[in-house]
Design a protein around this ligand. Structure first.
Ligand code: IMP
Ligand code: MG
Length: 185
């Protein structure tokens, strides 16, 4: 297959399409085992988790349902303030449900802590977090990641749903941007 044009902006690839697929497989198998006999609701945190989400749910062998939430954290694109605003709320009530929050990356952890607490207040039966990427060096709050894919160093990454300035979400691999892309701003 022809190389993606956007790869010219990538300094180095951290995880290939194959490595990502393997990590998604592992998470899907574990969730399938842990939730046997249940019908969990998978919640996609838009937009970053969308690619991971669609790959993950197709590999989970359970009678699951899906819902979507869009949030915005105030602050610039590369920093999180911890103040979160719900731009699009869930369509269905999650009261009494077993909920799995699906997120692309846990960075400071502030966004997910906020969402988790919000959903707990809605009287869910259980709640867990599935995150494809974990950037532990940057954590500012204690947050348990129940299903974790890949650990990354303290670098800004793009691809497989993750963006810089709304671009690069459609890359199949995950990589670090060339500094020149930031410095052009
Ligand atoms: P935090 O865990 O509250 O700091 O924020 C996590 C959110 O910040 C994620 O959902 C991403 O949208 C964004 N984010 C954090 N690190 C990166 C990165 O390296 N690349 C792209 N987006 C990131
Ligand atoms: Mg995100």
């Amino acid at each position: 297959m022809k190389q993606h044009t956007l790869l010219k902006d990538i300094e180095h690839i951290l995880y290939s399409e194959e490595a990502i697929a393997e990590a998604v497989d592992k998470i899907a198998k574990q969730i399938t085992e842990d939730y046997r006999g249940k019908s969990p609701v998978f919640i996609c945190i838009l937009k970053g988790a969308s690619v991971f989400f669609t790959d993950l749910i197709r590999k989970v062998d359970l009678p699951l349902s899906i819902d979507f939430m869009a949030i915005s954290s105030y602050g610039s694109s590369t920093k999180t303030s911890g103040v979160v605003r719900i731009l699009k709320d869930l369509d269905e009530s999650v009261e009494g449900k077993d909920v799995i929050i699906v997120e692309d990356i846990i960075d400071t952890g502030l966004t997910l802590s906020y969402i988790k607490n919000t959903l707990i207040q809605r009287k869910v039966n259980s709640i867990s977090i599935a995150a494809l990427l974990d950037k532990p060096e940057r954590r500012k709050t204690e947050l348990e990641i129940d299903y974790k894919g890949l650990v990354i160093p303290n670098e800004f990454v793009v691809g497989y749903g993750l963006d810089y300035d709304e671009k690069y979400r459609n890359l199949s691999s995950i990589g670090v941007l060339k500094p020149s892309i930031y410095m052009d701003e």
